[in-house]
Ligand binder design. Structure first.
Ligand code: ADP
Length: 260
């Protein structure tokens, strides 16, 4: 794995892929992968040919999100074939290792693995590739944003101030490398009690919308903290596919419409 040390590094663009959209977050655990999986399914629902590229090397979750955990990709003529998820193609480092094994690689090896997955995977013709980025704003994220021709990025944040501070860093990172930011999604925005309907602003809802307007970028919507979102993700069918008529699915479809 080599990296350009100065100036503009050579871009790695899988041929046949029209738009590459990054889903990013300033820190882990905010629901970036859940959002990426549901955004991808929403794009499928809009009739797009979609691929999901799991670039979260240290915590790949796309195999589980799409019910593909434990599967291995096939190789044909030195090309790696992505796996078939529900209406879309999926590639993840998680397909090459056991789920319990930690990835104990340094940055350059991570970049090498990402580059190989972009180059050697036979994605075919895709309208959109959704990239689940690693959390944070480190070396890997920066290199990915510089070398992959991204159409734009969606930033996922929880409402807490601290998470937002991280989200701001994420947004600034994309701006610095001239990647358009489609907007911010506020995840785990509020909670509606299924028994009494009371709405609780668990993490002080609304922070992301305020930060978005302050930073001059669109607000793409608020997704509540809801057990159905977690359950469907854990069971391998993102809620957009499992409950397409739900309000949650509509919220993800609105995000898809904003990035198309
Ligand atoms: P990240 O990719 O940012 O690390 P994940 O998407 O893996 O985060 O989400 C972390 C955990 O939170 C997962 O168990 C996921 O199912 C759950 N989760 C994410 N978003 C929601 C939500 N809106 N409601 C309920 N659970 C959620």
């Amino acid at each position: 794995p080599r990296q350009g040390t100065a100036g503009r590094a050579q871009s790695i663009a899988p041929p046949g892929v029209r738009h590459i959209i990054a889903v990013a977050s300033g820190k882990g655990g905010v629901g970036k992968s859940t959002t990426a999986a549901n955004l991808a399914m929403a794009l499928v629902a809009r009739g797009k040919r979609v691929g999901v590229f799991d670039a979260d090397i240290y915590g790949p979750s796309m195999p589980r999100m799409f019910g593909l955990a434990g599967q291995r990709p096939m190789v044909a003529d030195d090309r790696i074939l992505p796996l078939d998820g529900p209406g879309l193609k999926v590639m993840s480092i998680g397909f090459m290792m056991n789920e319990e094994d930690p990835v104990v690689w340094r940055g350059p090896m991570v970049m090498g693995a990402l580059e190989q997955m972009l180059r050697d995977v036979e994605w075919g013709e895709l309208d959109v590739m959704v990239v689940d980025m690693p959390p944070g704003t480190g070396d890997t994220q920066l290199t990915m944003s510089q070398r992959v021709p991204l159409a734009g990025a969606v930033i996922v944040s929880t409402p807490q101030d601290i998470a937002l501070l991280d989200a701001r860093k994420g947004l600034n990172m994309f701006r610095r490398v001239d990647v358009p930011v489609f907007g911010i999604v506020e995840n785990m925005s509020y909670y509606v009690c299924p028994n009494c309907g009371h709405r609780e602003e668990v993490f002080a809802h609304g922070g992301a919308e305020a930060a978005a307007s302050e930073m001059g970028c669109p607000f793409l919507g608020a997704i509540p903290l809801d057990i159905a979102i977690r359950r469907n993700a854990d069971e391998g069918t993102p809620i957009v596919a499992a409950e397409p008529d739900s309000a949650h699915a509509q919220a993800y479809l609105a995000i898809a419409d904003a990035v198309l």
